[in-house]
Design a protein around this ligand. Structure first.
Ligand SMILES: NC(=O)C1=CN([C@@H]2O[C@H](COP(=O)(O)OP(=O)(O)OC[C@H]3O[C@@H](n4cnc5c(N)ncnc54)[C@H](O)[C@@H]3O)[C@@H](O)[C@H]2O)C=CC1
Ligand SMILES: O=C(O)CCC(=O)C(=O)O
Length: 424
């Protein structure tokens, strides 16, 4: 879109998550001394599949849904990443999400490249039967390019273990084999891993702990605001609440709740629905915009992209911002927060707990031997603490913000693997 003075285009560019991630990848590769050829290879996914999925709806009509699967780079190993069901899914967004998955896998050192999928739909307005048909149809449509040694999906926004179960079943039928390693985030009885459901939030909690230590304050008594009360946001609120922090604000897609004395997290967890909606039960709500600007110590965006921008970054009052969501902060906002001395722990590090335990799930499926919750948690903690330290030290020694440091760490392995394979 071109506006007379270019303002609209400029704003669109700033919110273009693919363009922003390419900008940081370019900077990271430059800092590491890689050539432009490497950037050309890594700036877009190697493979992008668009599919049409016809579903017979409950009213008898057929609705045709659009879905995507992006595979960013498979030099290191099979690609891996979640599937999003959301009305706002776009091709560009799925591409950016697949690049972020590559970076996450590099940061926590998993033998994967990044992938991501999405379907343009609103599961909140679909029946259980329609959702099952859509999930199975999507797997049939992308079946040629996915599989336990090619590309392994998982949950993301508005998808859950039931959807993973349908998808695993559909793939197993086509494969004529029980294939638990095709997908992660499954129910425990179908080969899911202990700790996967809460893994993203566990990882964020570990990063918050590390960041708070660096900023010299304790989680006990710290005031926390969490945007989003789904898988990531709700478990996180519970972990922080149990650690003695005061969760003073939470939100969902419809609004936000604020109590300076601390919200009753157990009650909210009990009442939230499977899409992370809870604010509809209350009259006294504030907006998501107001939530982000609350006076607090720790702010965690755990919903969708582009929530902290150059329009509100000056009003953020937190000491640390830890990104549980993918892409919640624009590049301009990252710079503003950094200049204001706010420590920003980027998505590709903070939210890497989910894919780490997904990797554990895949390993357990492949070996057919399963670990206890304690084993999973211990392994996750070790990996994330080490990754945090690595990126924090890189940021300090290279005098860059933690996002650029994380990209430098995350991009290196796939750049090297691509070079050894003779691709660049
Ligand atoms: N589930 C996982 O394992 C992982 C999730 N993430 C990221 O975490 C974020 C949240 O994902 P999940 O918790 O899994 O999703 P979810 O579907 O469980 O919950 C999403 C939450 O965000 C809220 N939300 C949706 N649109 C919103 C809007 N426009 N404004 C404010 N809130 C809105 C929903 O109401 C809900 O509370 C996403 O960015 C996702 O990519 C990252 C790593 C792993
Ligand atoms: O668990 C996984 O494999 C992927 C999780 C995911 O989609 C993400 O980290 O954004």
């Amino acid at each position: 879109m071109v506006a007379n003075n270019g303002t609209e285009t400029n704003k669109e560019d700033k919110l273009d998550v693919l363009k922003s991630t390419q900008t940081v990848i370019h900077k990271a590769l430059e800092k590491l001394g890689y050539s432009d050829e490497v950037f050309e290879l890594l700036k877009e996914p190697l493979r992008m599949m668009t599919v049409k999925i016809p579903v017979r709806m409950d009213d008898g009509t057929v609705k045709v849904f659009t879905g995507y699967r992006a595979q960013h780079n498979d030099a290191v190993g099979p690609t891996k990443g979640g599937i999003r069901f959301h009305p706002g899914v776009t091709e560009k967004e799925v591409k950016a999400l697949s690049i972020w998955m590559s970076l996450k896998c590099g940061i926590v050192d998993l033998p994967y490249g990044g992938g991501k999928g999405g379907i343009v739909c609103d599961p909140r307005n679909m029946s259980f039967r329609e959702l099952e048909a859509l999930s199975r149809g999507y797997v049939r449509a992308i079946s040629q390019i996915v599989g336990p040694t090619k590309d392994i999906p998982a949950p993301d926004v508005f998808t859950n273990s039931q959807i993973m179960a349908w998808m695993m079943d559909e793939y197993s039928r086509m494969d004529e084999f029980n294939s638990p390693g095709f997908i992660t985030g499954k129910p425990l009885v179908l080969g899911g891993s202990h700790g996967r459901e809460s893994a993203t939030a566990k990882g964020v909690t570990i990063c918050i702990n590390e960041a708070a230590k660096r900023r010299g304050f304790d989680l006990k008594g710290a005031r926390v605001v969490v945007q989003g009360f789904g898988n990531a946001g709700s478990f996180l609120s519970k972990f922080l609440h149990d650690a003695g922090a005061k969760v003073i604000g939470i939100s969902d897609a419809y609004g936000a709740l604020h109590d300076p004395n601390g919200l009753d997290i157990d009650y909210l967890l009990d009442r939230r629905d499977s899409f992370g909606t809870v604010t509809n039960l209350f009259n006294d709500t504030i907006t998501n915009k107001e939530l982000l600007e609350l006076e607090c110590d720790i702010l965690v965006p755990a919903a969708i992209e582009n929530q902290i921008t150059d329009e509100n970054a000056h009003n953020i009052k937190a000491k640390i911002v830890v990104e549980a969501a993918n892409g919640p902060t624009t590049l301009e906002a990252t710079q503003i927060l950094t200049e204001r001395g706010i420590l920003l722990v980027p998505d590709v590090l903070a939210s890497a707990g989910g894919v780490t335990v997904s990797y554990f799930e895949w390993v357990q499926n492949n070996q057919g031997y399963y670990w206890s919750e304690e084993e999973v948690e211990e392994k996750l903690e070790k990996i994330l603490v080490k990754s945090f330290e690595n990126i924090y030290e890189t940021a300090e020694s290279r005098k860059v913000d933690m996002r650029l440091a994380a990209y430098m760490v995350g991009v290196r392995k796939m750049a090297e693997a691509s070079r050894f394979r003779g691709w660049v």
